[in-house]
Ligand binder design. Structure first.
Ligand SMILES: Nc1nc2c(ncn2[C@@H]2O[C@H](COP(=O)(O)OP(=O)(O)OP(=O)(O)O)[C@@H](O)[C@H]2O)c(=O)[nH]1
Ligand SMILES: [Mg+2]
Length: 276
């Protein structure tokens, strides 16, 4: 059985850096990893890739030949890949037997990784929620939403709520109240309310956090992904005994994680000891 990850997210959210860090981590814990670069705009790859879309089509060639800008060129390349999907399939074939696959995609409106600093702007945060929701509904694959670059979470301003408010997505009405304070958002009040309702009605979007430089953070994410894509079941006999072994394993649930991450990356409000 083949396992792997499809890494998608808005431009610059850290997908390529993630594929590099994740492949190193997984190799260290003994997995055979193959990274597949499907971003024709990736000039200098930090990782060694097993398959590179550049060998099929080059964005620069497309842009000159068809007088396209970078976005149009990218769409053309993705279209070309779809039409030549047998090229990708034949390249993947030898890897399927024993490799864990990481797919590095170009930046799109869709996501999976979202820059953590978006949380400091309620409107951007809501748009990230909507994008996450629509991606989950379209892909219909086991899915983990990641707030990447958690180390930069407060770099664009202090958050109005604790981190778990943004990761758990439990009650967006508080956000609505915050948006009402901003005259620019007041105009879209009804639309925002409807969008929040859609997100809450589905109740399937939540986030985990990631600092790619921190091995504990990467390790926690690997555990989550292994559970979501079924990797933890790989290699076990489909017997009741084996399944029950997994069932009784301790579940390291995320309850306390948001608090620990918050303590590490977000400043404390009440700095009582600071007298000067
Ligand atoms: N501080 C911090 N910076 C990060 C992190 N992950 C990525 N970056 C930086 O974010 C920038 C963009 O990272 P990339 O990995 O190129 O992002 P991408 O999503 O692949 O970008 P596109 O392929 O252009 O869509 C780089 O300068 C990275 O060094 C992180 O966890 N923390
Ligand atoms: Mg990239």
């Amino acid at each position: 059985m083949v396992f792997g990850q499809v890494v998608i997210g808005p431009p610059g959210s850290g997908k390529t850096t993630y594929c590099n860090g994740m492949s190193q981590f997984l190799k260290l814990i003994g997995r055979k990893v193959a990274v597949i670069n499907l971003d024709p705009a990736n000039d200098s790859l930090p990782y060694e890739c097993a398959i590179n879309i550049e060998d099929l089509i080059k964005l620069s060639d497309v842009m000159t030949e068809h007088s396209l800008g970078p976005n149009g060129g990218l769409v053309y390349c993705m279209d070309y890949l779809e039409k030549n999907i047998d090229w990708l399939q034949s390249k993947l074939e030898p890897l399927l037997k024993d490799h864990y696959l990481l797919f590095d995609f170009p930046g799109q409106g869709a996501d999976s990784k979202v820059d953590a600093h978006l949380c400091s702007d309620p409107a951007k945060y809501i748009s990230a929620l909507i994008l996450s929701l629509s991606t989950m509904l379209h892909l219909e694959l086991p899915h983990i939403n990641v707030l990447s670059k958690i180390d930069l979470i407060e770099s664009y301003g202090k958050l109005s709520f604790n981190l778990d408010f943004y990761t758990d997505v439990q009650d967006l009405s508080y956000l609505q109240h915050h948006l009402d304070q901003d005259p620019r958002s007041a105009k879209f009040r009804k639309l925002t309310k409807e969008l929040c309702d859609v997100i809450e009605d589905f109740s399937i979007v939540n986030f985990t956090t990631l600092d790619i430089q921190d091995k504990e953070s990467v390790g926690n994410l690997v555990k989550l992904i292994d559970k979501s894509n079924g990797y933890i079941f790989a290699g076990i006999d489909a017997s009741a005994v084996e399944f029950s072994k997994i069932a009784v394993r301790q579940v390291d649930w995320d309850y306390y994680r948001a608090a620990a991450v918050q303590e590490k990356y977000m400043k404390d409000d009440e700095d009582f000891n600071n007298d000067d």
